[in-house]
Design a protein around this ligand. Structure first.
Ligand code: ZN
Length: 188
């Protein structure tokens, strides 16, 4: 019997140029369950991870994390949300550096439950170009970031992805912690 998604840590390895050089054993199963046949291993191996990251702020966010992992030679970890229309899902992202400049990136499912409801908001009357945080799934509505209990109608769904200030701050705190950690490296 195949493992369900809840048992799987989905992972991939990047070389020093951020190209995907290998994927974990459950990659294809994951891609199919996520309804993303264009993401099976054959179609992603050798390509840059940046081809698959939507939104320049999300790319900057990950770029910063990858950089600090390599420079400081430390593991980075952060929680993030990746919901489906019916499910609330919480994952942990773990980025592990290797001596060669390669990185292993794990996505471990921490929690999964049914969303509060499948009711939908038809529109945000005062704000039409909604942005969604790639990390916590909050929607930017006007000047506020809100974790909606109901989803917008597809036609009013977020048009772009970004990183909300709270998630930026959480990542920065983790980066600061990594940088402040005493290193075992000898200084000559
Ligand atoms: Zn956020």
């Amino acid at each position: 019997m195949e493992a369900g998604l809840e048992d799987i840590t989905n992972s991939y390895t990047l070389n020093e140029e951020d190209r995907i050089v290998s994927v974990g054993p459950h990659w294809d199963q994951y891609a199919m369950e996520e309804d993303a046949p264009e993401s099976v291993a054959d179609k992603v191996l050798g390509r840059e991870i940046w081809d698959f990251i939507e939104g320049h702020q999300t790319r900057d966010y990950l770029f910063g994390i990858f950089h600090v992992c390599r420079i400081e030679y430390e593991e980075f970890s952060a929680l993030y949300r990746c919901d489906t229309p019916d499910l609330y899902r919480l994952f942990r992202l773990i980025v592990k550096p290797h001596a060669s400049g390669m990185l292993t990136v794990d996505h471990a499912l921490i929690e999964k439950r049914q969303s509060a409801g499948i009711r939908r908001i038809a529109a945000f009357p005062d704000h039409h170009d909604t942005t969604r945080c790639s990390i916590c799934c909050a929607f930017q509505i006007g000047g506020k970031w809100i974790d909606l209990e109901v989803r917008p109608e597809p036609g009013n769904f977020a048009k772009s992805y970004s990183i909300c200030p709270k998630c930026q701050k959480t990542a920065q705190q983790e980066i600061d912690r990594i940088k402040a950690k005493p290193k075992l490296r000898s200084v000559n």
